[in-house]
Structures are given as C-alpha cells and as structure tokens.
Design a protein around this ligand. Structure first.
Ligand code: ADP
Length: 381
C-alpha cells in the first residue's frame, strides 16, 4: 500500500506499537535507539543505532526517511528544529515539542487561552517559603524532564519542605478528590481534528503509573463532550500536529481542569487498538503520511491495565500465565519484548473489551490475577 519511510527518535513501546501498525500497512519504521533489543526493534521496526540526544545520530536517521517523529518527548529538540529548518518534515513540529516539554510554559499557554487549569505560581525550588504560594498541600512540578510522576512532589506541609525538588518549575494548587481523565487528540497539518472518547485513569500509587484505564469514562455525556472540546482547544492553542494525550482533572464539583499534555501517543490510548474504529497508532500513521484522519468511534467497552514488573524480582524476564490470557475471549495482551525486568517496569499491557464496563472490569481483574511478569531472580533484601 505504501512505501513511506517513517523515522522515530527512540525505540520504546510507543515506537514498537507504531511499528506493528506501520508494518501491517506496508510501510517502514526506522527507530533510533542505543539498544538493538529495544521494544521497537523487537516489534518490527528497522533498527538504527544511536542516541536520541545526539544531533549527528538524529540527522543520520533523517537521511533514511521521509518524515520524522518521536517516541517520547525527552529528545534533542534543537536537533529536530534544525532538520525542520532544512525542510525535513518533523511531526509534531519542534516548536510545539519545545513548548510542550516545558510544563510551566504549558500552564502559561492554558492561562493565556482561558483554558481552565489549577492555579499556579512559577517557583525555582530554592526557598522553602515559595512552596506555600498556592496553599498546602503544595504540588510542585519540575518545568522540564519529568514523566510518570518523577518531576512531581506533593508536599504536605511546611515540615516536609526539605522534600521539595531543587529544580525550576512551579507550584500549583492541590486538586482534591478529582477523577483523572484523558482525551486523545489527533490533529493533522490542515487543522482537522479527531478526538477519541474521554477516558478515566486510575493510578497505581506505588509508582504513579496508570493502573486501570476505563473507556469510556463513567461521567455524564455532557462532561465527556466538554472534556473533548477543552482538549481540542488546548491542542489548537499549541498549533499541535500529531497525536496528543491531554490529561484532565474532574473535580467533585464538576469542574474540568487541564493537567498536562503529552505530545505523542499515550498509555491511556492503547485501548483504541482493540476498542475503536481507528487506533491512536493508525491515526499517527495517517498524520505522518498526510492521509485523512479516520473515525474514532468506540465499538466496545474497554478496560486496560499495564503489566508492571513484579516487586521482589529482577533479572531476565519471565512471564507466567500468558496462555490463559491468550485463551480468554476479549482479553488482548501486549508484551513489549523487554529482556530484563525490575519492579514496576512497564513490560506490556492488557486491553479487555466487552459489551459493558462492568463485564470488562471483571474480566480485567481476573486477567490481572492470572498473569505475572517478573525477573528471574529474587531481590535480596
Ligand atoms: P507526570 O507527567 O509525571 O505524570 P502529572 O502532572 O500527571 O505528572 O502528575 C502526576 C500525578 O500527580 C497525577 O496523575 C495526579 O495523580 C497527581 N497530581 C498532579 N497534579 C496534581 C494536583 N494539582 N492536585 C492533586 N494531584 C495532582
């Protein structure tokens, strides 16, 4: 169907899941990563050795392909900007990437565009006093470099001030009792937008990783539609082209607040592979190759959970119980081919589809108890 050559900076599971889709459609995905056994290489990408922070390596990747995208936002954005100046298509635009990799800048754009977000104050991490500017508990966020909760510190009171991050960013008001929502947005170069239905995220407190993704979210239709509208407006405010994950809070009072935007396919969008007319990866392919966006309608209720490395083990990856999952209708496991495993490492995910969310949740709970992914050695305590 297509001979399009796509380059992706980074070779993690998002690149891997895109590789599976691109290969299925007859295209080629070239993935730049230092590890020849990275998920993307295991999942069908053409492996290119190199580092996502190296300008020379990114340029070498660009020489092989027609268009460049990124696996995660932690890449050499300046190198991508230079490629873009030289006329090489980069999606999302490096300008958008530079803006979205800075969480403080994101917040400022939300505020400037009247997009609701929790109140915030820029903060450099230096003095303990600055922490209190939005009250207690204080939510402190690093402007750059954070993901999966690593750039976030929730500080209960002045007595915990020493736990603050010594990095520039901001403090924001703690949002109490909120439901966490996500909206996946696709926007093409002509400005056409498609969103998927609003989903609900439940977190695993141990690693601040997504525990369950519930699609669609169990909220009123009107609120779900409003979240999709806000997410669209947020991506338009950044002139974003590509696939984006927009995370929001829904307060007990029914107020929607935008938390943050990820400039890429997202863990909360994996369910789209099995539950929607078009997956986030197919849509990413469409945007990258200039094809029209397709319908995003959801055809099945869905619950997704991540397969995290079992605590207490490390070493060579061992998977127990996979066959049981493979034999269960409606249960779709995805493994990322990571050869080594450590506690809470994201090793794969399982999407469950069913006629109702209750049914999907029951199947997901059962599936979760049937599969264990771990290292082959016990960690000595
Ligand atoms: P990351 O990009 O590292 O995932 P987030 O901004 O999503 O960082 O924050 C991680 C988690 O911290 C959120 O999913 C949420 O559970 C919690 N959190 C973040 N901001 C707030 C807030 N203002 N109030 C309450 N909880 C928050």
């Amino acid at each position: 169907m297509t001979e399009t050559k796509i380059g992706i900076v980074g070779g993690g599971q998002l690149a891997g899941l895109l590789a599976e889709e691109v290969v299925r459609l007859g295209g080629h995905l070239y993935s730049l990563d230092p590890n020849p056994e990275c998920p993307a290489a295991k999942m069908g990408a053409i492996y290119v050795k190199g580092d996502r922070h190296s300008e020379a390596d990114i340029r070498a990747l660009a020489d092989l392909v027609d268009v460049i995208t990124v696996d995660l936002e932690d890449v050499n954005v300046d190198a991508l900007a230079k490629l873009s100046e030289d006329g090489i298509p980069v999606i999302p635009d490096p300008k958008t990437l530079a803006q979205l990799t800075n969480k403080l800048y994101q917040k400022e754009v939300f505020r400037a565009n009247n997009l609701p977000t929790s109140p915030f104050t820029p903060y450099d991490g230096e003095s303990a006093d600055g922490l209190a500017s939005q009250g207690w508990p204080a939510v402190q966020k690093a402007a750059e470099g954070g993901y999966d909760g690593r750039g976030v510190a929730i500080i209960k009171g002045p007595e915990d001030a020493e736990k603050r991050l010594r990095v520039p960013g901001f403090v924001e008001a703690f949002v109490h009792g909120a439901l966490e929502l996500s909206v996946m947005v696709a926007r093409d170069a002509l400005g056409h937008v498609k969103t998927w239905d609003t989903t609900e995220m439940e977190f695993d407190d141990r690693g601040n990783l997504l525990a369950y993704l519930i699609a669609p979210a169990r909220i009123p239709d009107e609120t779900a539609a409003k979240a999709r509208d806000l997410a669209t407006r947020a991506i338009e405010a950044f002139n974003g082209v590509g696939i984006f994950g927009v995370e929001l809070f829904l307060t007990p009072e029914g107020e929607l607040l935008i938390n943050e935007i990820a400039p890429r396919t997202h863990n909360s969008g994996h369910y789209t592979i099995d539950a929607c007319a078009t997956s986030q990866f197919r849509q990413q392919f469409n945007v990258l190759t200039g094809k029209p966006l397709e319908e995003t309608t959801q055809h099945s209720a869905s619950v997704m959970f991540n397969l995290l490395g079992e605590e207490g083990f490390e070493g060579k990856t061992v998977v127990d119980g996979l066959d049981t999952l493979l034999e269960t209708p409606g249960v779709h496991p995805y493994l990322y081919g990571k050869k080594s495993c450590f506690p809470l490492r994201k090793m794969g995910h399982v999407t469950v589809v069913a006629n109702s969310l209750e049914e999907a949740q029951a199947l997901a709970d059962k599936a979760k108890s049937q599969i264990v992914i771990r290292g082959d050695k016990r960690i000595k305590s």
